[in-house]
Design a protein around this ligand. Structure first.
Ligand SMILES: Cc1cc2nc3c(=O)[nH]c(=O)nc-3n(C[C@H](O)[C@H](O)[C@H](O)COP(=O)(O)OP(=O)(O)OC[C@H]3O[C@@H](n4cnc5c(N)ncnc54)[C@H](O)[C@@H]3O)c2cc1C
Length: 401
């Protein structure tokens, strides 16, 4: 599956950060992690911390899957609004899921500091604004639900949004005092490099073609026929997990993003906030560490790479037009445009845990606009699983829920 088109900004900005060898012999380990994106990197960090011999294998270069295409807005706000999630899965489950995402932003901040990452992690507010007048009543309901569960939120009227952010054509929104952004491609690389020094084995361009799930462990075979024996396998294979899991558990979409040239003028009013709206599909934007504006959205419900690439210039133009309506006179000159694969689950929650068809295996599949925060939650969950313990979020994130 081709996960992205054109070159995302982060790959060009960072170039080749670290290259690892492909696997050329048979090896044994405690834990094999399939996938060296942000999820595999975070889980590898946890496994090394917990004292396991750990191997990461990726069929591409490190972090060249969805991680390289990610716009990395770190939000506790799940794609399904809290009040809707409460109606769908119950108050306890919904609030616990939101709280875990909330905490994961601080965990990530701490982690970036601990490993000395150059990923430009920056705490930001998050503004969820009404794109249409008709959305205001349910957005206020969402505000009340968040407030009732002690999330730090403020309601901004249309004129407050215009005064604070110079945004037009909004109808007010929820300002949350918890969010962040970073260069997630860099963070994945930094995590792997940090742990590589501590004994983590990393193999890129190493496709795991076949896995035998046995009673006492697994045997994985690479495209060149080398074998990896492990007690446990953790699939952090992102959207390509749909290639090995029979049932349909996620709807795959195509999504688009553009990045403007570095802003010569003043955009301080945009720098400390993540923006997203109530449109379907939603539009989102943020600034980058080097003072560019990034806008994303325009999702389509297919993943056909040819069709997706064909639409890219049109979608980039649409995103620029939407920006012009929102921030009249901004005059964005586009430097980058790309498309990527995105996934939506029935409740906006990830799939983290065992699957009945795979013995001695766990999956960490963070989908949707919160993919990254879900992957952070996966660290603690996997740590529990490997110790044979249950995790309090397992019932909400499990397969077949
Ligand atoms: C345009 C765009 C914008 C996004 N914006 C945000 C955002 O603002 N906030 C947010 O939280 N999330 C966002 N996401 C989602 C987020 O990027 C993903 O949740 C995250 O990158 C997933 O990371 P991953 O490591 O699970 O998957 P990936 O980065 O895709 O990594 C999976 C890896 O597994 C490897 N692999 C698969 N199968 C095999 C195999 N058999 N053998 C070896 N290797 C294998 C692949 O090569 C790949 O590198 C966005 C995504 C896109 C595309």
């Amino acid at each position: 599956m081709k996960l992205k088109s054109s070159e995302p900004f982060w790959i060009v900005k960072n170039g080749i950060l670290n290259a690892y060898p492909s696997l050329r012999k048979d090896i044994k380990t405690d834990v094999l992690i399939v996938g060296g994106g942000i999820t595999g990197s975070l889980i590898a960090h946890q496994c090394i911390k917990d004292g396991y011999r750990t191997v990461v294998a990726d069929r591409r270069e490190i972090a060249h899957g969805s991680t390289s295409a990610s716009t990395a807005m770190l939000q506790y706000e799940i794609d399904t609004p809290l009040y809707q999630l409460i109606a769908q899965i119950g108050e306890k489950a919904a609030v616990a899921s939101y709280k875990a995402c909330f905490e994961s932003i601080d965990i990530l901040a701490q982690l970036a500091k601990e490993i000395g990452s150059d990923c430009g992690f920056k705490k930001k507010d998050s503004l969820y604004f009404a794109a249409y007048k008709k959305d205001v009543p349910w957005l206020k309901k969402e505000f009340d639900a968040r407030k009732a569960h002690q999330f730090p939120v403020t309601w901004l009227e249309q004129e407050d949004v215009a005064a604070k952010f110079k945004l037009e054509h909004t109808y007010g929104g929820i300002l949350s005092d918890q969010g962040a952004s970073m260069d997630v491609f860099r963070m994945a690389h930094d995590l792997l490099a940090y742990n590589h020094k501590k004994g983590l084995e990393v193999y890129d361009k190493t496709d795991i073609e076949k896995v035998q799930h046995q009673k006492n462990g697994i045997v994985a075979t690479t495209e060149y026929g080398n074998k990896i024996k492990a007690a446990k396998i953790i699939y952090c294979n992102g959207y390509e997990s749909t290639e090995i899991i029979k049932e349909q558990f996620v709807d795959l979409l195509s999504t688009y993003a553009i990045v403007g040239e570095q802003c010569a003028g003043d955009q301080q009013h945009l720098e400390n906030t993540l923006f997203w709206n109530t449109a379907d599909p939603y539009l989102y934007m943020r600034t980058t560490e080097d003072n560019r504006l990034l806008i994303g959205g325009e999702d389509e419900s297919f993943v056909n790479p040819e069709k997706r690439d064909h639409l890219l210039p049109y979608k980039a133009k649409r995103l620029a037009q939407k920006l012009e309506r929102l921030l009249p006179g901004y005059d964005l000159r586009r430097d980058f445009m790309w498309a990527g694969t995105f996934g939506a689950t029935k409740d906006g929650l990830p799939y983290i845990g065992k699957h009945p068809d795979f013995k001695n295996a766990y999956f960490v599949l963070g989908f949707g606009g919160n993919g990254i925060t879900f992957s952070v939650i996966g660290m603690d969950m996997v740590s529990c699983f490997l110790q044979g313990k249950q995790h309090k979020l397992s019932p909400y994130f499990k397969f077949g829920r």
